[in-house]
Ligand binder design. Structure first.
Ligand code: NAD
Ligand code: ZN
Length: 367
């Protein structure tokens, strides 16, 4: 039996359904929430080859019509060009205001299809079927959709909440291990921000999650989604200047700098960058006298016990500190000329601050 996690927002509540073999039961699971038995599935070539037939036949069983649009896999598809191709294909064929867009894939497909749904006819209903661990625990919850601009990632977008999310942990069986580990880093991040029992659970069960134990995967997805849903419910549109959704960026200021330096070319996955970023955020907090050293050690021990990158020196690439600093200063989280960071007073005690001295950040990168 799948678990149902309600995400309660200001204007509506929807369910994240978590469990095994959900794609093959998608017809029965989605029929009660679709406004009309008509859907457009957006997927990428890799996920489409694996799960599109299964999804379309499951929808067909309950009389739900579907037509599929496929994009190339990878971050470069989150572009205006792909957005235009998809909206052209949808509008050319003709679309009804109650036709539902279904995203079948990872965060790239989810963000892009969500933005297509948010903007076509000023908003089509939307369903997420996330197929990477990262998209199940992070990008499918929270309603952020969007594409990249030549000026930066996720700069064009909209908030658009789904009718429902189906997180099918069986679909993770085909996910490359590196992608699985990268998604797991976001689960650890959630625990470290503000859910001590989730981090303790990770310390006990992380190895089983990465070994794809279905019960453990479902439980990890449930806890991480529940945590994100709580944060999002309190700050749906990222309007709070401090804390709120901004806390979800723990480890990300450092992580984005590492990713940006490597040019998002697949050498470093987002979650791998976040894993190192978590250590750096804890190190910075220790250096500033805010966090006990023992908590930093516990984080590093956990990451290393699972073979996750914990330090910049774990990567086979070299970085120039000045370049990393420059990226952080350009990061959109920089306001009024000061570096804003998510720091910690310990495990599960994250907070946001707007005035971290650049010199301390440099020292942490050098260490
Ligand atoms: P992704 O969508 O690129 O998927 C990673 C790779 O795995 C792709 O090559 C994909 O084809 C493949 N794949 C997906 N599911 C598979 C499966 N079940 N079996 C085999 N292969 C599979 O990447 P991602 O890590 O899922 O998502 C990253 C994106 O998510 C980024 O663009 C990021 O900006 C976005 N994101 C958005 C939010 C949000 O709140 N909207 C939050 C975090 C990240
Ligand atoms: Zn992230």
């Amino acid at each position: 039996r799948p678990l149902r996690l309600p995400v309660a927002l200001a204007r509506n509540t929807y369910d994240v359904v978590i469990g095994s073999d959900l794609i093959s039961r998608a017809g029965a699971l989605l029929a009660p929430v679709l406004p009309r038995k008509d859907t457009i599935i957006i997927t990428d070539e890799t996920v489409g080859a694996l799960y599109l037939d299964k999804l379309q036949s499951a929808l067909g069983e309950t009389g739900i019509a579907s037509r599929a649009l496929t994009i190339a896999p990878g971050e470069h598809s989150k572009s205006l060009a792909t957005y235009q191709r998809l909206t052209d294909a949808i509008l050319e064929h003709g679309v009804e205001r109650r036709t539902t867009v279904i995203a079948l894939g990872g965060g790239v497909v989810g963000d892009l299809a969500g933005f297509v749904a948010a903007t076509t006819l000023r908003g089509l209903p939307f369903v997420q079927i996330p197929t990477t661990l990262l998209s199940q625990v992070d990008s499918s919850v929270g309603g952020k959709t969007g594409i990249n601009s030549r000026w930066g990632k996720n700069l064009i977008g909209a908030f658009h909440q789904p009718l429902c999310v189906l997180a099918d942990v069986s679909a993770l069986a085909t996910l490359p291990r590196r992608e699985l580990v990268a998604g797991y880093a976001e689960i650890v991040k959630s625990g470290l921000i503000g859910d001590e029992s989730l981090f303790e659970w990770c310390e006990k069960n992380g190895a089983a999650v990465l070994a794809q134990d279905p019960e453990c995967l479902a439980e990890a997805v449930r806890q991480a989604c529940a945590f994100k849903a709580r944060v999002v419910a309190a700050d749906e549109r990222e309007e709070q200047k401090s804390d709120g959704r901004a806390l979800l960026n723990l480890g990300h200021t450092f992580g984005h700098a590492l990713e940006a330096e490597l040019g998002y070319d697949g050498r470093l996955l987002h979650g791998e960058a976040v894993s190192i970023g978590l250590t750096l955020a804890f190190s910075l907090s220790v250096r500033l006298g805010l966090c006990p050293k023992a908590d930093l050690d516990r984080v590093v021990t956990h990451l290393e016990s699972l073979g996750m990158p914990a330090h910049i020196r774990d990567l086979p690439y070299s970085f120039r500190i000045t370049d990393l600093m420059a990226h952080m200063q350009r990061d959109k989280k920089m306001q009024d000329g000061k570096l804003s960071f998510v720091l910690v007073r310990g495990i599960a005690r994250a907070f946001t601050t707007r005035d971290v001295p650049a010199e301390q950040v440099r020292e942490v990168l050098l260490a």
